[in-house]
Design a protein around this ligand. Structure first.
Ligand SMILES: Cc1cc2nc3c(=O)[nH]c(=O)nc-3n(C[C@H](O)[C@H](O)[C@H](O)COP(=O)(O)OP(=O)(O)OC[C@H]3O[C@@H](n4cnc5c(N)ncnc54)[C@H](O)[C@@H]3O)c2cc1C
Length: 296
């Protein structure tokens, strides 16, 4: 599925038609920071926290990385000004990782420091496995200095249990997800059963570990049930995380049960790679798009 959506013809069809944009609106708050703030207000009013993601990844110029940093600084300013219950999620390849890791580290420093000033936190998304090591190195550096960060880990990677040994002692929050990229069998589990079993093992480990805040990022009921069972023995804070527009009924249900829920809200014009990962996770999303295209 990711191979198909990578083709330029598919990209054109999706980004340059009104139907494509309509499908994107199901998963993306809008093109602007204002639209993201408006969505955040609504979610906060229904008892949900938010993590704002200004869409973008893999920049090729330092100038673009600096523009991404500035957009996050503006976002943090708005979070503080509007007194929102929100943090930010960032991708380090958007801040220069891969072209100049020193620039990425400096951009990360500025963002973490501004987030401290705004009274909030920063979550570093995890990207393709070629970036895992550098992402964790940059996380460890920034978290040791500022103490208000967290990082995502992916249950499909063989290395994740060992990575937790390194990052858990730094406190912070750890977002556990299954992983959204196509990874080779040399580094990652390939079957759903293996990825799920790894998720359950890592989830149980995080839930029984003090001094760290587990952020359980999944829409999978079987995974959620196991976490809910282990939460009975946890006295320290933890939260669920789900994506904007996915399983809204379940999000509301968990909040009504008294659980902390943070909604990952992407915004901005660079929504195509994000949208294609959501389509790949669930082929009916692509069918929904194709049907709308033919019908329109
Ligand atoms: C808050 C959050 C942050 C994330 N951050 C990262 C990250 O940093 N790095 C990374 O690699 N991945 C990230 N992911 C994505 C994650 O790795 C999975 O690809 C994604 O969450 C799908 O897995 P699942 O656990 O929901 O289970 P699945 O088994 O894929 O889905 C379970 C059920 O949820 C519903 N569902 C799931 N996905 C969709 C969808 N796209 N559209 C409609 N319904 C759907 C369906 O009902 C499905 O049956 C994040 C996910 C969340 C929720």
């Amino acid at each position: 599925m990711l191979a198909v959506t990578d083709r330029s013809i598919t990209r054109k069809m999706i980004t340059e038609t009104p139907v494509g944009r309509a499908v994107a609106e199901r998963f993306v708050a809008g093109d602007t920071l204002e639209s993201a703030i408006a969505v955040t207000r609504v979610l906060n009013a229904s008892g949900m926290r938010v993590s704002l993601d200004h869409l973008g990844e893999h920049v090729s110029r330092i100038r673009e990385a600096e523009a991404a940093r500035d957009s996050y600084l503006a976002c943090l300013g708005e979070i503080a000004r509007n007194d929102l219950d929100a943090n930010i999620s960032i991708k380090l390849t958007q801040l220069g990782m891969g072209i100049d890791n020193g620039v990425a580290a400096r951009n990360l420093d500025e963002i973490a420091s501004a987030a401290l000033g705004a009274g909030t936190t920063v979550t570093i998304d995890m990207e393709e496995s070629g970036y895992t090591q550098t992402t964790l190195d940059l996380y460890v550096g920034a978290q040791s200095t500022y103490g208000n960060l967290g990082v995502a880990v992916q249950s499909y990677l063989f290395r994740t249990a060992a990575d937790l040994d390194r990052v858990v002692p730094l406190g912070g929050h750890i977002r556990l997800c299954k992983g959204a990229y196509a990874e080779p069998k040399a580094v990652a589990y390939q079957t759903r059963e293996e990825v799920d079993a790894s998720f359950d093992r890592l989830g149980a480990l995080l839930m029984e570990t003090p001094g760290v805040k587990p952020a359980i990022a999944s829409h999978d009921d079987t995974r959620l049930a196991k976490i809910l069972a282990s939460s009975k023995h946890r006295s320290e804070p933890w939260e669920f995380q789900m994506l904007y527009g996915i399983r809204r009924d379940r999000q509301a249900e968990l909040v009504a049960m008294g659980h902390e829920m943070r909604i990952y809200v992407p915004y901005g014009e660079a929504w195509y790679p994000y949208l294609t990962r959501r389509m790949a996770e669930r082929p009916p999303n692509l069918l929904f798009f194709m049907r709308a295209l033919i019908g329109g």
